[in-house]
Design a protein around this ligand. Structure first.
Ligand code: TYD
Ligand code: MG
Length: 452
């Protein structure tokens, strides 16, 4: 009788150990080592009758013929943009995100829109559940096949009968392969199932999209090696209480990771938001104190966002500071700068900061808008309509230049803003603009301009 082979894996980082230990020597987590049965039979290819054992020969770089990378158009502009122009044949894309954020909705929607033959494999929902979702999303498709299955060998069998042009797996954590005996979702199962899918994708030139669960701290569940194995890692994020969702690329072997896709979750699926600045700025006719508009750049896209601040007298001894969508440490730093350099006594005040739309930004160019919003709320004076900001603030209260300022100015102009505050040291190559570019070098200058 063949001896059962087992190994010990850290469930946190995926490191393999020959015996059990209390603390993982690699990621230093306690009690994460679990024994898993690793039983390797002699493996067959994903297609049993086609065991291609072609040995590759080394070639000179000049000898490698570069065919034009044909990409599969996903009919979804935002998705295409994040991928760098569409799905590359034979590529593996991993889509991660919190539960309920809309991963299944996004992929089903793409699957229904495409004119190609698609196999949507779900290990999480029944065919009827998926049908219900498809009815909400609307587009009727004759090319989209739904399969509820978790065993990779069965999936490959269906693939060879249907011969799809795109395979979607929802999710990788539910798959299990016969070659490994441990439970679905364990480190060795995820690794094995992914390896089998990669083999299939590369041999058949079919793109595969995987859905991946994420853990409490926001990383994709399973071994880190999963992210190394796939070609592209996308993350779908947003605040579930709001309708906006952002699709980011964390790794992309075929394009830039700076691209960003924005969607709005509606009752009938996800809507592509092609002009995000318009929806993120509230259309308020009244002049309200405490709001300022920042001209940010997220990834490659200029984005105008609204920042709201509320400054009020502290009720308790320690003033409260709270920030939603903005780094709390950075807020404290900006408050300290205001206190020290501009003489504002904010130590006895509570400060609340909020970025509307439930999105979060980490562009340093939002600094000046954050300060302006705080100052405006503190003085209870609204900032003049049509004003926006794009500059970083340094520790000594100096207004620092930001990158791609031209792009920000153009976006602000396009949206009808009349004034934009930028740093004096920003080199601006734009010739003629219909927007007034106000150059400032110190925080005091800004105060003078706004409330002077
Ligand atoms: P889902 O795609 O199931 O999320 P995930 O696969 O990431 O876990 O999305 C579920 C949420 O989306 C659910 O709370 C309902 C909402 N939703 C809509 O608002 N509109 C829709 O058309 C659909 C299909 C879902
Ligand atoms: Mg889902």
């Amino acid at each position: 009788m063949a001896k059962t082979k087992t190994a010990f894996f850290c469930q946190n980082c995926g490191t393999q150990f020959p015996k059990w230990i209390g603390q993982c020597t690699s990621c230093k987590e306690w009690n994460t080592i679990v024994e898993e049965v690793v039983q390797k039979e002699d493996k067959k290819s994903w297609k049993t009758d086609k065991v291609a054992k072609q040995a590759n020969k080394p070639l000179r770089v000049s000898e490698i013929t570069q065919e034009q990378e044909l990409r599969l158009d996903t009919k979804d502009q935002e998705f295409n943009r994040v991928l760098g122009g569409g799905l590359v044949p034979g590529s593996l894309t991993l889509l991660g995100g919190e539960p309920g954020i809309g991963k299944s909705t996004l992929l089903l929607q793409i699957a229904l829109k495409l004119p190609y033959k698609i196999l949507y494999v779900s290990g999480e929902e029944s065919q009827r559940q998926i049908k219900m979702r498809a009815d909400r999303i609307q587009p009727k498709s004759e090319n989209c096949y739904i399969l509820t299955e978790t065993k990779t060998q069965n999936i490959f069998q269906q693939i060879s009968t249907i011969e799809p042009d795109l395979v979607v797996i929802d999710s990788i954590q539910t798959l299990h392969s016969d070659y490994i005996e441990s439970a679905a979702g364990s480190i060795s199962q995820i690794r094995e199932s992914t390896a089998e899918l990669i083999k299939f994708a590369k041999e058949s030139h079919t793109p595969v999209i995987l859905v991946g669960h994420i853990t409490k701290d926001g990383t994709i569940a399973g071994p880190k090696i999963l992210e190394h194995m796939v070609d592209t890692v996308l993350q779908f994020e947003g605040d579930r209480n709001y309708v906006y969702r952002i699709l980011r690329s964390l790794k992309n072997r075929f394009g830039s990771t700076a691209e960003l896709g924005i969607y709005e979750m509606l009752g009938s699926g996800l809507r592509e938001v092609n002009n995000p600045s318009e929806v993120l700025i509230s259309k308020n006719d009244e002049d309200l104190s405490g709001t300022a508009i920042a001209a940010t750049v997220e990834g490659m896209r200029p984005l105008l966002i609204e920042i709201q601040a509320l400054v009020s007298t502290a009720v308790y001894g320690t003033p409260q500071r709270s920030a939603t969508g903005f780094n709390a440490k950075r807020l404290n730093m900006l408050l300290a700068v205001l206190e020290k350099r501009a003489g504002f006594k904010l130590a006895a005040k509570d400060v609340f900061l909020n970025i509307t739309g439930g999105i979060s930004v980490d562009d340093p160019a939002t600094d000046l808008a954050v300060m302006a919003a705080i100052l405006s709320s503190n003085a209870d004076l609204p900032i003049e309509k049509g004003t926006c900001f794009a500059a970083e603030v340094g520790l000594s209260g100096e207004i620092r230049p930001v990158q791609r300022v031209g792009q920000r100015i153009l976006e602000a102009e396009k949206l009808g803003f009349s004034t934009i505050f930028v740093s004096k040291s920003n080199k601006i190559s734009l010739k003629q603009t219909g927007i007034q570019v106000q150059k400032v070098s110190k925080i005091e200058d800004v105060v003078g301009h706004l409330f002077g």
